[in-house]
Design a protein around this ligand. Structure first.
Ligand code: NAD
Ligand code: ZN
Length: 387
């Protein structure tokens, strides 16, 4: 018997799969993988990082028959390794190990491993099946769902990629036990985003339970985390179902990301984690919405409080002009027009296309003012930089 855990269906025009969320999933991963694979003789490869493998390989492998364990392939940690060169290297290793079209890949890691493995699966022999086993909160609530895969170029993040959905996602909450506290906080910002864009209920839950969600010793911690992951995935699944290729509503997932991406680029991907940059970006978007009269001040203040509750957002330095210039070059622009996702109330956002340079400068200055006063990050984020 395989234990039942909450599952969320993801259905799009080209794919249909389930996201399983809960404790103890690793133990049954082998059986679950076999049940999913239509190809009996398929070989299984697991792409992971050396750090994650060291922490979790025993638990991972325990779920598979010892006669045919998945073969590990390694991607070193850090955004600087999310590059085409690494995809080529991994593809070479697959070819040398005689992987074929019936082989299956498992992405066992955070968003970086997930994005690279998904892309490798999309293009190796023109497409292999793959499974996501996300190990960071960010990957469990966001990046493992929705089919976006890809790598960075020197010119910018995620500029080369493909839509390729997994056969399934297994988000085992036990894996988060070893996740550094800073990574947990940063991942929570993507759930805050999900609440603000689509779910007053999730927002209220985050507002009321921040302390429990951030305290691994609290008896209700695991249950609360599972609840938040399930609710966040449900929201992402709904949005992706409605607009798989980001022609319309999927753009709401970029709330906080327009300025967030600019902050990441301006700081060389070194000072902040992605979720932290998104936290600053959400504060900026909220202030912009209040200034424009789109959002009541009190609602804006509530949003800011929740972002800070999952902080502290660490200090960073950049110039307002640079942030504005980088915002304009975000790949989310269409025909040169920048679309900002702004909240009108908790649970509702709208795209706004006429944000002026002056408005952007003002909001960037306001964020930079706060960022200067913020505490430095507790520990250096995983080797940043696109180079
Ligand atoms: N495809 C999408 O839709 C999508 C969405 C959002 C973000 N992303 C991408 O995700 C990436 C960021 O992902 P991330 O935040 O998961 O970062 P990450 O993959 O770099 O992982 C963060 C760090 O945590 C470590 N780690 C991972 N799991 C661990 C565990 N269980 N215990 C201890 N340490 C662990 C990793 O080795 C790494 O050092 C970015 O490249 C971003 O572009 C993609
Ligand atoms: Zn994000």
């Amino acid at each position: 018997m395989i234990a039942t855990v909450p599952t969320i269906p993801v259905t799009t025009a080209i794919a249909s799969y389930r996201v399983h969320v809960g404790s103890g999933l690793l133990a049954s991963l082998g059986r679950r993988t076999r049940a999913l694979s239509t190809r009996r003789s398929s070989r299984v490869f697991v792409v992971t990082s050396p750090e994650i493998w060291q922490l979790w390989s025993a638990d991972f492998l325990a779920g598979f028959a010892s006669s045919s364990p998945p073969q590990p392939l390694f991607l070193p940690a850090g955004e600087s390794n999310k590059r085409l060169a690494m995809v080529e290297r991994l593809a070479g290793q697959l070819a040398r190990a005689r992987a074929d079209r019936d082989s299956l890949l498992i992405a066992f890691g955070g968003g970086i491993v997930g994005d690279v493995t998904g892309f490798l699966a999309a293009i190796f022999m023109r497409g292999l099946d793959f499974i996501q086993v996300p190990t960071t909160l960010l990957a469990q609530v966001d990046s493992s769902v929705g089919g976006k895969t890809g790598v960075n170029l020197l010119a910018g993040k995620n500029l080369v990629g493909s839509f390729h959905h997994p056969l399934a996602v297994f988000a085992d909450t036990d894996l988060l036990r070893t996740l550094p506290a800073r990574e947990l906080r940063a991942g929570m910002q993507e759930s805050v985003k999900a609440g603000i864009i689509r779910s007053p209920r999730l927002f209220r839950y985050l507002e009321a339970n921040a302390a429990i969600l951030l305290d691994p010793q609290h008896p209700e911690h695991r249950k609360a985390l599972s609840h938040v992951i399930t609710a966040s995935v449900r929201i992402k699944a709904e949005v992706v179902r409605a607009d798989e290729r980001e022609h319309g509503v999927r753009m709401i997932l970029n709330f906080g990301h327009t300025l967030g991406h600019a902050i990441e680029a301006a700081t060389g991907y070194k000072q902040l984690l992605h979720g932290e940059a998104v936290g600053w970006g959400m504060l900026a978007a909220t202030r912009l919405a209040v200034t424009r009269g789109l959002l009541a001040q009190a609602e804006g203040a509530r949003m800011e409080r929740v972002v800070h509750a999952f902080g502290p957002l660490p200090r960073f330095s950049a110039s307002a002009r640079k942030l504005v210039a980088l915002t304009g070059s975000d790949k989310k622009t269409r025909s040169g027009i920048l679309s900002f996702i702004l909240p009108t109330e908790i649970g509702t956002v709208v795209p706004v296309r006429d944000v002026s340079r002056d408005e952007l400068l003002t909001v960037a200055e306001s964020i930079l003012h706060d960022a200067k006063a913020a505490a430095p990050g507790a520990a250096a984020p995983s080797k940043g930089h696109l180079a």
